[in-house]
Design a protein around this ligand. Structure first.
Ligand code: HEC
Length: 188
């Protein structure tokens, strides 16, 4: 009897530590993929803002955000893809695709409202070989130009945005607000 209990405990410990390792590996892979997309998008936007101004950058985002996202995705290892999602989205394709994503965004938004510290990455196991890893996106000073309220937005830039996205919901944000998340979808 005693042996059996010890056996079960050992098995549990091994499976827990295997799972922890698994998550570590998943986290590393997700982090790498998300950073690559984040850096690409941010780098291009910052570069355009500096050299071309807000109005032209707004048009650039409209023209290129999806293409750049697809381009970076095409460089990932098989089974990995990354997208950006938001409950207050601008591009209709960036609304969460499933219930679990909606629930996660709501949970994270509530945490920001409660002024709780957000985890850097959240791993969700969907099935034995399928994971989703979230990285929250918060609003910074630079984002207000195109995502702030009427008083703080760049009027010319927003004219273009409203024209291209008549159903835009991605406005009224203040610095520190929860904007959405990167989601890495990983199938092993
Ligand atoms: C020059 C204008 C501009 C600036 C500055 C800007 N954005 Fe955006 N943002 C856009 C446009 C246009 C889209 C829609 C792009 C598309 O079609 O995918 C967008 C889309 C997004 C999305 C995808 C979800 C959605 O609503 O469709 C996120 C997340 C986002 N922006 C976050 C940010 C953050 C964070 C910053 C600041 C670091 C920022 N943006 C700065 C114009 C801008």
């Amino acid at each position: 009897m005693k042996k059996r209990i010890i056996g079960v405990i050992v098995l549990l410990a091994v499976s827990l530590s295997l799972q922890a390792n698994d998550n570590k590996e998943i986290k590393m892979e997700a982090k790498k993929a998300i950073m690559k997309l984040g850096k690409t998008l941010k780098g291009e936007v910052v570069k355009h803002m500096k050299t071309q101004g807000a109005q032209s950058t707004a048009y650039f985002c409209y023209k290129s955000a999806t293409k750049l996202t697809e381009k970076v995705n095409s460089t990932y290892p098989k089974g990995i893809s990354v997208k950006r999602i938001s409950l207050k989205n601008r591009n209709k394709d960036n609304y969460p695709a499933s219930k679990d994503e909606i629930e996660m965004l709501k949970k994270l938004e509530q945490k920001v409202k409660n002024k709780e510290k957000l985890p850097k990455l959240i791993v969700e196991k969907i099935s034995s070989n399928h994971y989703k890893v979230y990285k929250p996106i918060l609003v910074g000073k630079k984002c207000i130009v195109c995502h702030g309220d009427a008083k703080h937005r760049n009027k010319k830039a927003y004219k273009i945005i409203k024209e291209k996205y008549p159903n835009d919901k991605a406005i009224g944000y203040k610095v520190g607000d929860f904007r959405g998340a990167f989601v890495a979808d990983i199938v092993k």
